[in-house]
Every structure is written in structure tokens, then in C-alpha cells.
Design a protein around this ligand. Sequence first.
Ligand code: AP5
Ligand code: ZN
Length: 217
Amino acid sequence: MRLVLMGPPGAGKGTQAPAIKDKYCICHLATGDMLRAQVAKKTPLGREAKKIMDAGGLVSDEIMVNMIKNELDNNKECKNGFILDGFPRTVTQAEKLDEMLSTNSTPLKHAIELQIDDALLVARITGRLVHPASGRSYHKLFNPPKKNMTDDVTGEPLIQRSDDNEATLTKRLTTYHQQTTPVVQYYQKTGIWKPIDASQEPGQVWKSLLNIFEGKQ
Ligand code: AP5
Ligand code: ZN
């Protein structure tokens, strides 16, 4: 199964993707996590990306397309399929993805849009805690870790992302509406676009996803 998971910051892409990955044995490619790994390693790309991410903008299409192409060509975990989380974010990225997939005759099956009002996202983003090494996310109120500020699996400390503040969120939302809403419209013209109400609690969102995967929606 090959799918794109779309939605604004805090919609629940990173919360739902690991369960999809485990159920269907496919890879989870989260471009934000990949960029944050570069930031942590202080590579030249990481240094440049950090400035852009903290300003709520987008890293260049060329860099992002090459990053995804490299994974799809070389990551063995992606042979069964993939979940793209945070990519494509511009129409150019969507077109380049289509080109890559048509070369391999491996088209997308679903382009799922997690729909939610901006007003609900402030609380989600400002309360989020993440385990940087795995990308696992928690929430101070909605999904607290078992032990204060530590990852349930490794016991390592949880952190807040540097872009998870109200001011940067406002910019990330503006960028989403300007640059990524056209990507949603791009997929709406195909037969693979499927919307989900992402304001539901996480278990309900999961059920809506399963309905799509089982062909009930
Ligand atoms: P990225 O890391 O992709 O950030 P984002 O798109 O802003 O999305 P988030 O990770 O904030 O949200 P999410 O939907 O994963 O939410 P989550 O499940 O964690 O990108 C970061 C930056 O990198 C971009 O701004 C850009 O600069 C750059 N970048 C990345 N990809 C790029 C690309 N392709 N091109 C160019 N630049 C790119 O949930 C959030 C919180 O809510 C959590 O605390 C969670 O526990 C909670 N929660 C989740 N679901 C629910 C629910 N149903 N009910 C209640 N709480 C919930
Ligand atoms: Zn995410």
C-alpha cells in the first residue's frame, strides 16, 4: 500500500502513521523527522533547514524531492509500500512524486487528508512532547507519557520542538493554506483523495483510516 497522509500541523499525521506502518509492514517517511535528524547532526542542510523550520517556511522542493527519491530507491523497508507524512507539500513536489511513481509503475493508492479547524491546533501543538530519536509524539494533556517527560519505550527524555510555539504555528498554518491546500486540490481531481475528520479522538481517527484501507469509504 502506498499512501500520502496530509493535514495541517498537529492534525495527527505523526500520531497515526506508526500504527499504519505496523499493520501493513510499510515504511513511514516523515520529511519533518528527516530534517530534524539533519538539524541534530548539525549538517549544512540541518543548519539551513532549522532556520526555515523555525520561521514556519518550507525547505526547497529540490532538496525534499531528492530526499524522498533516495528513500524510495534505497530503503528496503519501503518495498512493500510507504506512508508519506509531510510530503508532498507543494504542487511541484506532488508532480515530481507522480513522475517517480509512474517510472516504477507503483501508483499511490490513497491521498488521505486529515481535516481539522485551525482553532483546535494551538492546544495540540503547544502541548506536544516528542522523543527525538524515534519521532514518537505525546501530549501533556491528551496523550501523556506513562512517566513524567520520558519516552514510554526507551525511558529517554522527551522534548518540545523549537517550532512548537504559537507564533511559529501561525506561520506554519499560513504556509499550509498557501502552499499545501493546492496539493489537496491536486489530489481531489484524482480518485484517490479521501478526507477524514481529524478532530475526533485518536481511536476514532484510526477507525476512519481502517474504513478507508478496508474499502468502506
Ligand atoms: P513536520 O514535522 O512535517 O510538521 P507539520 O506538518 O507541521 O506537522 P506536525 O508534525 O506538527 O503535526 P502532526 O500532524 O504530525 O501532528 P502529531 O500527530 O504529532 O514539518 C516540520 C517542518 O519541516 C515544516 O514546517 C517545514 O519547514 C519542513 N518540511 C517538512 N516537510 C517538508 C516538505 N515536504 N517540503 C518543504 N519543507 C518541509 O500531533 C500533534 C499533537 O496532537 C501531539 O501532541 C499528539 O499527541 C496530539 N494529537 C494527535 N492526534 C490527536 C487527536 N485526535 N486528539 C487529540 N490530540 C491529538
Ligand atoms: Zn508530524
